[in-house]
Design a protein around this ligand. Structure first.
Ligand code: TYM
Length: 333
């Protein structure tokens, strides 16, 4: 059985990287896989402080973005993580399987905790165990994500293997990351060496899924570049991360491969290319943003989708969790 699981944190500022690195790919994958679960990971979000009112709004916003981007709510399962107890429960079991040394190597924890590691929440440290639980509570086999989640998925594989080994079972599958497309790592518009992220203090660093056409045009126009013309071959990206980023975004949005974009736009000035890129972005993103706005006016509908999704997710996870209890040695009625 092949089953897709993936998730997005409801921490505000949903951006182009989330769309191109993840959500857009999910839309294509749902045709090819029998089960697809797409989760708004609110338990992950609270590993750093979230205002409760804002968390509710962001949870609905991420769900709306998934629906507006083309996730089919009948075929796929959209839900928020906290509505399904299996996630937190299996995460606890994995807290007892994963080793401190493994988690100590996670670069995302180091980045997020920064210098003040002692003051980070325990949840932030154990974050990757919850991620493994998300996937494995459904015996998920394939996980479409952006490049930044690679290390977490390697850990999920290690956890699955150690669980199977420790208990002498062949129970959890070894998950396969699906990282594909021309924009697996979209970079900041202000600094081509930094990932585009929800938490960057500068709103100019990212295109958000709620930006209107004017905001998009302005941000693209102001995006950091260098004085040279666009490169005419891939080798020309050496030392020019901003050029690589903008051309990669263009390729992903237009559905072309990077070589084609280089052939069509190589040698042009940035000013001309930025105009083309802004037009393309508006063309591709505005229909999604418009639909998100329409859905935002109907929170009852979104909540209904999440509720039905959670019911289906619980139905899939419960028999798996019952088996986990037996394997671990927990008595149950
Ligand atoms: P999150 O919320 O940071 O990001 C959601 C998805 O967007 C991708 N992404 C990017 N892709 C390309 N360029 C970027 N600049 C960029 N920024 C983010 C991420 O790779 C991700 O696919 N831990 C996860 C959420 C999660 C999850 C899971 C994912 C929780 N449980 C289980 C898969 C399976 C996260 O923080 O994603």
């Amino acid at each position: 059985m092949r089953r897709i699981f993936s998730g997005v944190q409801p921490t505000g500022n949903l951006h182009l990287g989330n769309y191109l690195g993840a959500i857009r790919n999910w839309v294509h994958l749902q045709q090819d896989y029998e089960d697809c679960l797409f989760c708004v990971v609110d338990l992950h979000a609270i590993t750093v402080w979230q205002d409760p009112t804002q968390l509710r709004a962001s949870t609905r916003e991420v769900a709306a973005a998934m629906i507006a981007a083309g996730i089919d709510t009948e075929k796929s399962i959209i839900f928020n993580q906290s509505q399904v107890p299996a996630h937190a429960e299996l995460a606890w079991i994995f807290n007892c399987v994963a080793r401190m040394g493994w988690l100590n190597r996670m670069t995302q924890f180091k980045e997020k905790a920064g210098k003040n590691k002692e003051n980070a929440s325990v949840g932030l440290f154990a974050y990757p165990n919850l991620m493994a639980a998300d996937i494995l509570a459904y015996k998920g086999t394939h996980v479409p994500v952006g490049d930044d989640q690679k290390q977490h998925l390697e850990l999920a594989r290690d956890i699955a293997q150690k669980f199977n080994n420790d208990f002498g079972v062949d129970f959890f599958p070894v998950v396969e990351p699906l990282i594909f497309g021309e924009a697996t790592r979209v970079m900041s518009l202000r600094d081509g060496s930094k990932k585009m992220s929800k938490s960057d203090p500068s709103d100019q660093s990212r295109i958000t899924m709620t930006d209107d056409a004017d905001a998009i045009a302005k941000k693209v126009r102001k995006a950091k570049t260098d004085p040279d013309a666009l490169p005419t071959s891939k080798d020309g990206f050496e030392g020019r991360p901003e050029a690589a980023n903008l051309m990669g975004i263009y390729a992903a949005l237009s559905g072309q491969d990077l070589a084609q974009v280089i052939q069509d736009h190589g040698g042009h000035q940035f000013s001309q290319f930025k105009q083309d890129l802004a037009d393309l972005m508006v063309d591709k993103l505005q229909p999604i943003t418009t639909e998100m706005r329409r859905l935002a006016d109907d929170p009852g509908y979104i909540d209904g989708v999440l509720k039905r999704g959670a019911e289906k997710a619980r139905a899939l996870s419960e028999p798996i969790m019952a088996e986990v209890h037996d394997i671990v040695g927990f008595l149950r009625p």
